[in-house]
Design a protein around this ligand. Structure first.
Ligand SMILES: N[C@@H](CCC(=O)N[C@@H](CS)C(=O)NCC(=O)O)C(=O)O
Length: 222
């Protein structure tokens, strides 16, 4: 299967798809697309000019949204299942996917990653004040919710790794790239859970690649 993922490694949505593919054991090529700004040709495969896009050349399929892509891949690469089969668990997994993609992505992305990582990548000063304000005012209710949802569970939904775990954990990689963690004292369950998720080979490979790139470009150590 000739799969191409268009996007940039630091995007939480691109990582979501890359982790999904890695967990499926599927080969793909990553075609780098810079979205600051995206080139004109990119609108032909991504109407909103957003990353990621998946192109499955063999099937003649092009999809421009991480949720659409993961739903498609679940049908084309069936094992291991990354969506629960039981209806309640399936709904719960979709809820966490949406919660990560919309809510966490908004606050972590715009409120911490953009000011602390994208700014320096664009040659600007980091905006520590915006990040600190987001962490103090916006994120605690999200972290508290996830802390209680994770509880003593190994995975967010049922007893298997799923799209729910990918969608939540990918957003926290961007939080970590900004130099932050939720904090083990206030959020012990969430902290241990994220450590487990990020240690999976699928996540660890992306994190290592991204961290090496950031260290090189920003001349820093995380
Ligand atoms: N709902 C989309 C969101 C994708 C998204 O917002 N990607 C960002 C990068 S992290 C992007 O392409 N932004 C460029 C833009 O909005 O112009 C998905 O899940 O794929």
């Amino acid at each position: 299967m000739g799969l191409i993922v268009y996007g940039a490694a630091l995007s939480p949505f691109v990582r979501k798809v890359r982790v999904f593919l890695a967990e499926k054991g599927a080969d793909y090529t990553l075609e780098n697309v810079n979205i600051f700004p995206a080139p004109d040709w990119f609108a032909e495969i991504s109407p909103l000019k957003r990353i990621p896009v998946l192109k499955d050349d063999d099937a003649g399929v092009t999809l421009a949204d991480s949720s659409a892509i993961c739903g498609y891949l679940e049908k084309t690469c069936t094992a291991p299942a990354l969506y629960p089969s039981e209806a309640g668990d399936f709904g719960r997994a979709l809820w966490f996917e949406e919660y990560g993609d919309s809510e966490l992505a908004g606050h972590i992305g715009m409120g911490t990653f953009r000011p602390m990582v994208v700014n320096p990548l664009m040659g600007k000063e980091p905006d520590t004040a915006t990040a600190e304000k987001t962490i103090a005012e916006k994120l605690p209710s999200y972290f508290a919710y996830l802390e209680s949802e994770v509880g003593a569970r190994e995975f967010l939904v049922g007893d298997a790794f799923s799209i729910a775990d990918i969608s939540i954990a990918t957003q926290f990689v961007n939080f970590a790239h900004g130099g932050f963690v939720p904090g083990a004292e206030a959020y012990p369950n969430l902290t241990a859970y994220l450590e487990r998720m990020h240690a999976r080979p699928s996540f660890a490979a992306c994190i290592a690649e991204e961290t090496a790139m950031l260290d090189k470009v920003l001349k820093r150590t995380e």
